[in-house]
Design a protein around this ligand. Structure first.
Ligand SMILES: O=C(O)CCC(=O)C(=O)O
Ligand SMILES: [Fe+2]
Length: 368
């Protein structure tokens, strides 16, 4: 100990095993059927039906999968990765010129806390649509909606264009996936699309420097993604671990060149009324190599009221969540990650119908 600041040190039970073997991996799904001219998501034929089933199984059993032949041109990915590396190589004072703070919701920062332990990483966030409309504060009484802008650094000058071109391509992939997921739930392909008009989607450049104490720290502590869908590009270093639904053990996701890692977020869990569940993941760092990853987190519009879809609930399977406003939820999560707090940040289980009934039972029994 003593090699890293204690703010980074994980509790004993959350420290990583550094000797993990990349045993059974998350499902690998080939999307080439989508680019075949004869197939079309809106007009499913049998090739698409197989794909829909594969996606449905992956969502149900893993919450995570990797895709290849996804249609995102490699040169666009290469350009944003290259620009990201140049940005992070700069001295801290340069990067801090575009820092995120209480007034600027997106930008550079190196003080992210997950579950109130500091992450061993630095990040730079951008909005995919800028300006993006979001509540001015998480306070329920504050009705003000503010325009939020991405901040762009002077260096490297190509970063903005590289990002905008890359995001456009990844967005096309996101719509294909969201449509396949809708079909896999027995819904029309475009059932979710309307939620993404005026989306609050953002992208994150994650840089994990080498760490002198990788056995004590995490690049990102265990967490679930709060949005609808995450599309992640990781480099060849590796370190992402997913908590397997089958046995609760951590599985390392093996890097596959030019693939994307997809995970469903809390919005899909709520819309599907728990048919699909968000899965916990974390990032292990290492003492020798730096690592770069670029997730794009697809989020609905700020005015979306999150709740289970009417088509997926009935008397036998009633809604498991009370409705909540996405914008307020999201701004609360964005603010809470900036510093160490004494309490847990907002999570979907706070809106669980069963949860509040249980809490009430608990209170009644205390009063007995
Ligand atoms: O770097 C990674 O592989 C994952 C990062 C992540 O989980 C996140 O940014 O939400
Ligand atoms: Fe994540």
């Amino acid at each position: 100990m003593g090699e890293v600041d204690e703010a980074f040190i994980q509790a004993l039970k959350h420290r990583p095993k550094l000797s993990v073997t990349e045993a059974e991996g998350i499902p690998l799904i080939d999307l080439s059927a989508l680019s075949a001219t004869s197939t079309n998501i809106k007009n499913p034929d049998s090739t698409i039906s197989d794909l829909v089933q594969e996606i449905g199984n992956a969502c149900k059993n893993w919450g995570f999968f990797q895709v290849i032949n996804h249609g995102v041109p490699f040169d666009k990915r290469w350009s944003i990765e290259n620009a990201a590396r140049k940005f992070f190589e700069q001295p801290l004072e340069e990067k801090r010129k575009v820092r995120k703070d209480e007034n600027k919701l997106v930008g550079y920062y190196d003080t992210e806390h997950t579950k109130n332990v500091r992450d061993w990483k630095e990040v730079f966030d951008f909005l995919v649509e800028s300006p993006c409309l979001m509540p001015a504060s998480p306070e329920p009484e504050d009705k003000e909606i503010a325009e939020t802008y991405s901040q762009w650094p002077d260096y490297p000058p190509e970063l903005r264009e590289a990002f905008e071109e890359y995001a456009k391509e990844v967005e096309k992939l996101a719509y294909k996936l969201i449509e396949l997921i809708a079909l896999s739930l027995g819904l029309p392909a475009n059932r979710f699309n309307g939620f993404f008009k005026d989306q609050t989607t953002f992208a994150r450049l994650n840089h994990y420097p080498p760490c002198p104490a990788p056995h004590l720290t995490l690049g990102v502590g265990r967490h679930k993604d709060s949005g609808a869908l995450t599309i992640l590009a990781q480099d060849d270093v590796g370190g992402l671990e997913v908590k397997k639904k089958s046995d609760g053990e951590w599985a390392r996701v093996k890097p596959i060149p030019n693939s994307y890692i997809i995970n469903i977020g809390d919005c899909i869990q709520v819309w599907s009324n728990d048919a699909y569940e968000t899965v916990e993941h974390r990032v292990v760092v290492n003492s020798e190599k730096e690592r770069l990853s670029i997730p794009i987190l697809f989020n609905p519009s700020h005015y979306t009221m999150m709740k289970p879809l009417d088509e997926l609930i009935n008397e036998q399977n009633p809604a498991k969540y009370r409705a909540y406003n996405w914008g307020k939820y999201f701004t609360s999560r964005l603010n809470s990650n900036l510093k160490k707090l004494d309490v847990e940040n907002l999570q979907i289980y706070h809106f669980k119908v069963q949860e509040s009934a249980n809490k009430l039972d608990g209170l009644l029994s205390i009063n007995k």
